[in-house]
Design a protein around this ligand. Structure first.
Ligand code: ARG
Ligand code: ZN
Length: 876
């Protein structure tokens, strides 16, 4: 069944209030929902009330406190329909259902994990708790009563402010919560159980004191300190930068170990995957710290962008997600190095969103149809959605963007809004027509911009020809030209920038060139000598750029750009042709050679002490095998790509051995461990140097010594990765893996690293390792984090292992997907997307991949989630 945006219409009934009472029991939880409705003004007075359910069974049904006879309604596990309701006066429906949290392996609705009751309701999980108008445009005020066994559940939590609690018969107690802010059901949350807590307070800009609580398993409280710190910084930042103040007396975060996603922004009661809360130096890497900071911020920022202003329907998902990702990106940029964060964002966008946009699962940021909404929590909606928001800021300038945001908060507070509402705020704030720009929400596919420049010394002009093309995507054959904001700079020999006296052929505001037509010829006047062009500074537009710049020009940009991001981008553009050529050569058995211009530029960046270490680490990290595959386009042979890249790495390492050895010594952070960005940057550069040294020296010795000496998880896991990936057969590696396992066997989140490192050892033998690890007592097929760490990482991040030539990797994944799907369809569908680029493989592998997909498609009892993904992936 397909849901279409065009079919949207408001509900016939308005929900005024919700009163929920939960009598918690592991296998038989009783849920009573008292719902007060009235018919919407102007709605059909004979329309029935239709409530959503999912695998529900009705226990009783009352209308205005009187039992409703069976002939007065119809009920299935999926719907409850009540005709003959009052035309004008409000009425109360009391629905009672009995649900089984213990048996809920989908982790949607109310479930139990590690003895804790918790909920996940976005997008359509509330309907697994009770029959309800489970859609985001139904906003109501909730009161929640929770009754439970006191000893097992000392803690009873829900949204909003705590009203009170007391004993409730022998061995039981209850608590009541009231959330004064009208909200849709997907923001409902309940948590009960026995947890430890870390407490703090935050005083808001208007002087209100907010209690902050982070709940974690007993004994893990010290590992929540960093998350608490990140939370306070997030609250302050949202006040300072967006003028947004928190609006309840209490803000709670609960960490649980079985969770389908990263975290969830339930009003006042965020529920987190514990991976994104728990951290200490011994067990968390610098990346873990950065992720915790970003996700704590993301969920907190949803309080305004998502909760106070929510979505009219799920087609508008990017309204809250794209915007909130943009906000968390800006936060991380302010907390850390802006350029280094931008590089990480763009790497992620290109690695995850570009392939999605170029393959069978491509969809617009604002889709117009879906079969299963859970399959639209994608990098397109999130990351491209964030880029679209960023482009609005780039087009309008920061000041006007801020005015537009203020208008949005003022105009739509308390509403369920649309993308059009959002864009209109920026049009009203700026007076600029954004209708062409809005195509970014509606046209799928990564635009391709082709550029070429020429300098005319006689007239002192530089001419830039630009053409744009948006590729066809499923359901969208022909595309209109987009409004593309391209930031640029013209850099002279001495590194200074040209200020042209006039520009014709396209609008230029500041350093932003506005591409609006299919083709532009832009002339810059008053250019006294030949400039080198730096295009798409800061990745101002999420496009593919074809610009045949000479290695010498790219090296010039890499050395002289004022925009650090653009320097990194130039190095990447310099490296990519080397890597693609290396892959071709490796495939044909020819020798691989690395351009000395690339080696020079990299070593120059490595040794430039004016550049922050974190940036240098990024500069030295070559495009990944997946990046190379994307650049090659199709007919990909992962083994050749791997071999070519290894050869290039070795040549850079040999040429730079002294530089890398010196960096390895110099970048040892002094003093005790600190997770701050500067120290993390040093560790990143030091470990990058260690990787190159492992290629130059070609022995496991140095990595083994680093493993033995490491006093933090970043260094330890990095050394282990080098040992396992570079020297899988060495005795040092076997020993290090065993030591690591022994040391961390009681910490599941660290064991996930151990699983992931082994799952990504290159080569065909990886599959047998993965299968063996599945039999390890430390693996648990029911826990999403374990499954993602082992099976997910193997499929997403081990091209030579997963795409081994005999297709055994694909066959394995097909079996796994069918197995996971029986318990947890959302998780199965997500991991299956690892095969989204199967058509770009060379024909033998592509055929084997298709076979595996067909095997899934033919299986009986597939979930809607997996069926939707597999059918889209197989469709031409
Ligand atoms: N809203 C959550 C977040 O981005 C994610 C919820 C994901 N839900 C889903 N059904 N996949 O913070
Ligand atoms: Zn979000």
């Amino acid at each position: 069944q397909v849901i279409n945006l065009a079919d949207y219409r408001p509900t016939d009934f308005v929900l005024e209030r919700v009163d929920l009472t939960f009598e918690l029991d592991p296998t038989e939880t009783k849920v009573e929902a008292r719902l007060i409705f009235h018919r919407r003004e102007g709605a059909d007075t004979t329309a029935p009330l239709v409530l959503d359910g999912d695998e529900l069974s009705l226990y009783s049904l009352l209308l205005d406190q009187n039992e409703l006879p069976a002939e007065k309604y119809t009920v299935t596990p999926e719907t409850l329909t009540i005709p003959d309701l009052p035309a004008s006066v409000p009425f109360e429906i009391t629905v009672t259902t009995i649900i089984n949290p213990e048996a809920n392996t989908q982790l949607m609705g109310l479930y139990r994990t590690g003895g804790i009751y918790c909920t996940q309701c976005e997008a359509e999980g509330f309907r697994r708790i009770t029959y309800f108008p489970d859609r985001p445009d139904v906003l109501a005020v909730y009161t929640v009563n929770i009754i439970a066994d006191k000893e097992a559940n000392p803690l009873l939590l829900s949204n909003g402010n705590f009203l009170g609690g007391a004993g409730y018969g022998p061995g039981k107690h209850f608590a009541a919560w009231f959330d004064p802010h009208p909200k849709p059901s997907y923001l409902f949350a309940l948590v009960a159980g026995d947890l430890g807590v870390v407490e703090d307070t935050f005083v808001t800009m208007s002087g209100r004191e907010v209690a902050l609580k982070i709940y974690v398993e007993h004994g893990k409280e010290p590992r929540a300190a960093y998350a608490m710190d990140a939370l306070k910084r997030s609250m302050k930042w949202d006040e300072d930068v967006f003028g947004r103040e928190y609006d309840l007396d209490i803000f709670m975060v609960v960490a649980v170990s079985d969770f389908n996603m990263g975290a969830m922004e339930n009003k006042g009661l965020n529920v987190f995957n514990d991976k994104y809360v728990l951290a200490d130096p011994e067990t968390a890497t610098d990346t873990d710290y950065a992720n915790i900071e970003a996700i704590i911020a993301h969920e907190y920022f949803h309080n305004w962008t998502g909760n106070r202003i929510t979505c009219r329907d799920w087609f508008q998902l990017c309204l809250k997600e794209g915007l909130t990702v943009f906000r968390d990106h800006e936060f991380s940029a302010d907390m850390r190095s802006r350029a280094v964060r931008r590089i990480a964002e763009v790497r992620h966008l290109k690695a995850e969103q570009f392939p999605e946009d170029a393959g069978p699962l491509a969809h617009p940021v604002r889709p117009t149809k879906y079969r299963e909404i859970n399959n639209f929590y994608t990098t397109t909606v999130y990351e491209k959605g964030s880029e679209v928001t960023r482009m609005i800021a780039t087009l309008l300038g920061r000041e006007t963007f801020k005015k537009g945001m203020d208008l949005y908060f003022e105009r739509h507070d308390g509403q369920a809004a649309t993308v059009e509402d959002f864009v209109t705020c920026f049009e009203d704030a700026s007076g600029r027509d954004l209708s062409q720009f809005s195509l970014w929400y509606h046209q799928a596919g990564t635009p391709l911009v082709t550029a070429s420049g020429s300098y005319d010394p006689a007239n002192a002009t530089f001419t830039l020809s630009l053409e744009q093309m948006v590729p066809a995507t499923p359901g969208q054959a022909a595309k209109e030209p987009m409004h593309i904001p391209l930031r640029l700079g013209l850099i002279l020999d001495n590194g200074s920038e040209v200020e042209p006296t006039a520009v014709t052929g396209a609008e230029l505001t500041g350093d932003v060139l506005h591409l609006t037509d299919r083709a532009h010829t832009v002339t810059f006047e008053g250019v006294s000598s030949r400039p080198v062009l730096s295009l798409n500074r800061d990745f101002s537009a999420p496009i593919n750029l074809h610009f045949n710049q000479s290695p010498a020009d790219l090296a010039h940009v890499a050395r002289h750009e004022t925009d650090l991001f653009a320097r990194w981008q130039a190095l990447t553009d310099l490296a990519l042709p080397n890597l693609t050529q290396a892959a071709r050569d490796a495939r044909e058995g020819k020798p691989v050679t690395c351009d000395p211009v690339l080696i020079d530029a990299l070593l120059w960046a490595a040794a430039d002490h004016n550049l922050e270490p974190a940036f240098r680490a990024q500069a030295l990290t070559l495009p990944s095998e997946a990046d190379i595959a994307r650049e090659l386009g199709n007919n990909n042979d992962p083994d050749a790509i791997h071999a070519g890249r290894q050869a290039i790495l070795t040549q850079i390492a040999q040429a730079g051995v002294e530089t890398f050895a010196a960096l390895y010594e110099a970048m040892l952070p002094s003093g005790t461990f600190s997770p701050d960005a500067a120290s993390a940057g040093k560790r990143a550069l030091r470990n990058t140097a260690l990787t190159y040294l492992s290629y130059a020296e070609n022995t496991p010795d140095r990595a083994a010594a680093a493993f033995a000496a490491a006093d933090n998880m970043t260094d330890l896991s990095y050394a282990l990765t080098i040992l396992a990936h570079r020297f899988p057969e060495a005795p040092e590696t076997t020993k290090a893996l065993a030591d690591f396992e022994q040391r961390f066997r009681d910490n599941a989140l660290v064991i996930d690293k151990w699983l992931a490192i082994q799952a990504t050892i290159p080569g065909a033998a990886a599959l047998d390792r993965v299968k063996e690890l599945q039999r390890s007592p430390l693996f648990n097929a029911k826990n999403p984090n374990r499954v993602r760490a082992l099976v997910g990482t193997f499929a997403f991040s081990n091209p030579t292992g997963f795409s081994r030539a005999d297709g055994a990797g694909y066959a394995f994944l097909a079996n796994e997907i069918l197995d996971i799907d029986k318990r947890n369809p959302q998780l199965a569908a997500r991991i299956l997307t690892a095969m989204r680029s199967w058509r770009l493989l060379e024909p033998v592998r592509a055929d084997l991949a298709r076979e595996a997909l067909l095997q899934i498609e033919r299986a009986s009892g597939l979930s809607t989630d997996v069926r939707d993904i597999v059918e889209r992936m197989l469709k031409a």
